[in-house]
Design a protein around this ligand. Structure first.
Ligand code: XMP
Length: 521
């Protein structure tokens, strides 16, 4: 199905850089659709993709390595602009007959560059007014002689060629990484490449996506019925809202209450989807089943497995009761697609260590419907807002599949889950009220099943401990503790101790990842 929003596409050929996903995100921020493909994408597929422009990513190799990665020469003959970043720069320099020098020392981190005296529509966006700029470098090799017809547009402090161009041929190259936040005006540079150099028109928008995906889902599904596991998280919520618009009554959602949800979560999901939007949602109360299977189990991995398997069992049993279902909808998003493609092609730089529990088995015999497969998380959120979902739902922090099961250390008991739910609700409310919620990537409370002594009024208390955690992170692979204001922490601790009987001590976790993880189990 062709559509206006996919009418202009940028192709990103991946040489294994850790930043390739960031290139794609920057292109999407410029409102143009793009896809990442391996550097050795077959020629016929490149032609069929019909890109408006091509970006060659960086990569950890040197162009002098044995079996170094190369692209099909066709890439330079399509008549569309090409931007080479880092390794991509070295590759195209050699392709056009220039020289690259291998260097034993790697230039890594911030570097200063300046423009040489020459107007350049692309580099003017990076270095306006001929000023110096700060960029992010990460490579050993560099260009020593540009190919004929190319001019050097920018240079680093140490005299390294930082930017090259041959506007006549439509080929541009940079030694640094414009896609990384540390590069000043890097976003403007990419935006200029996409919209001025490649001539794209900003066709990729949330409203366009919603319109397209509604028509697309209708066409895919026809009169069939579709099943969706609704968790209350952002991705499945957006899928529910989108499919409800597309196919209405043909969609049935199953929401499993495993006893490990946050305070009032089940009621809120039902209020938003069933009552407010009229989505068909079956709420399954499986709390006793989950909690009884978890009784006496303390090992974190065992707990995860029990929760995952029980979820599948409950979900499948519910699915069997609904007749005529042919499709299973899932909230798969573009980073998941890239990661599994990366794992297959051996460019495994970005493989995540966690996969959602709730990954349902193939033997259900249902066809997969994944309407968010093309979107990054921030795009999913924009689509959620476009569909009218509440902001609080759309900007909710990630919540792990095993829920409070991994936030109650050791054995899970209903009593502990109740303490934790109430303490966490106070913490999160205070973060919202003080404007800190959206500044943190993830914030939650952990229940510690140990008792400590305190004084309450005239008496002595001997009660449980909770730890508050809040982290800043972009990719959840590394994280730092959020510098929460002390007064706010004191206020939250007082409220928890006063309002949640059974808890008499609150601590704040200041561990980074690594060496810690974000969750405690
Ligand atoms: P860690 O604790 O490994 O967490 O630093 C990184 C991110 O993954 C989430 N997480 C999980 N998500 N199932 C999930 O769906 C899990 O078993 C799981 N464990 C951790 C965690 O909340 C954080 O966002």
């Amino acid at each position: 199905m062709s559509s206006q929003i996919h009418g202009e596409k940028i192709l990103i050929l991946d040489f294994g850089s850790q930043y390739t996903q960031l290139i794609a995100r920057r292109v999407r921020e410029s409102h143009t659709y793009c896809e990442i493909h391996p550097y050795n994408m077959p020629v016929a597929e490149i032609e069929a993709f019909n890109p408006k422009g091509i970006v060659l990513s960086g990569g950890h190799q040197s162009v002098y390595d044995e079996n170094s990665r190369v692209v099909a020469p066709l890439v330079f003959e399509l008549g569309v602009p090409v931007l080479g970043i880092c390794y991509g720069m070295h590759l195209l320099t050699r392709h056009f007959g220039g020289e690259v020098e291998a260097s034993a020392t790697r230039e890594y981190g911030h570097a200063k560059i300046h423009k040489l005296a020459k107007a350049s529509s692309l580099f003017d966006a990076l270095l306006p007014d001929g000023s110096d700029g700060s960029v992010w470098m990460s490579h050993g090799d560099h260009v020593t002689t540009p190919p004929q017809g190319f001019s050097i547009v920018a240079e680093s402090q140490n005299g390294i060629v930082a930017g090259l161009e041959d506007p006549g041929r439509g080929v541009y190259a940079v030694q640094f990484h414009p896609e990384v936040n540390h590069t000043q005006n890097g976003d403007a540079f990419i935006d200029t490449f996409i919209n001025k150099v490649c001539g794209c028109h900003g066709l990729w928008t949330s409203s366009g996506f919603v319109e397209y995906e509604i028509a697309h889902a209708k066409e895919q599904v026809g009169d069939d019925r579709v099943l969706l596991g609704l968790s209350g998280g952002v991705d499945s919520s957006v899928v529910a809202a989108l499919l409800h618009r597309a196919i209405g009554e043909q969609l049935t959602c199953v929401f499993v209450d495993n006893g490990l949800l946050r305070l009032n979560e089940g009621d809120e999901v039902m209020a938003t989807f069933a009552e407010h939007m009229g989505v068909k949602v079956i709420r399954v109360d499986a709390q006793d089943m989950f909690l009884s299977r978890l009784a006496g189990v303390t090992d974190p991995e065992k707990k995860r497995k029990i929760i995952g398997h029980t979820f599948i069992e409950v979900f499948e049993a519910e699915a069997k009761k609904i007749t005529g279902v042919k499709w299973l909808a899932q909230g798969t998003i573009y980073p998941d697609v890239i990661e599994s493609a990366g794992a297959k092609s051996g460019m495994a730089t970005n493989i995540k260590s966690h996969h959602n529990v709730g990954g349902l088995p193939e033997h259900m015999g249902l066809k997969l419907l994944e309407p968010l497969r093309e979107l990054f998380k921030d795009e999913v959120r924009n689509v959620g807002l476009e569909l009218g979902l509440p902001r609080r739902m759309v900007f909710r922090h990630p919540f792990p599949g095993p829920g409070l099961g991994v936030r109650i250390l050791g054995e899970v008991k209903k009593e502990y889950a109740d303490f934790l739910r109430r303490a966490d609700a106070i913490y999160i409310d205070e973060l919202y009220d003080s404007g800190h919620y959206e500044k943190t990537a993830q914030a939650f409370t952990v229940f510690l099943p140990v008792k400590s002594v305190g004084v309450m009024g005239d008496g002595r208390s001997y009660d449980y401990v909770v730890a508050l955690r809040a982290v800043e992170t972009k990719d959840y692979m590394t994280a730092t503790a959020y510098p929460m204001p002390h007064e706010l922490l004191s206020k939250i601790a007082n409220r928890i101790i006063n309002e949640v009987k059974g808890i008499n001590r609150v601590t704040y976790d200041i561990t980074s990842k690594p060496p810690g993880t974000i969750e405690w189990e």
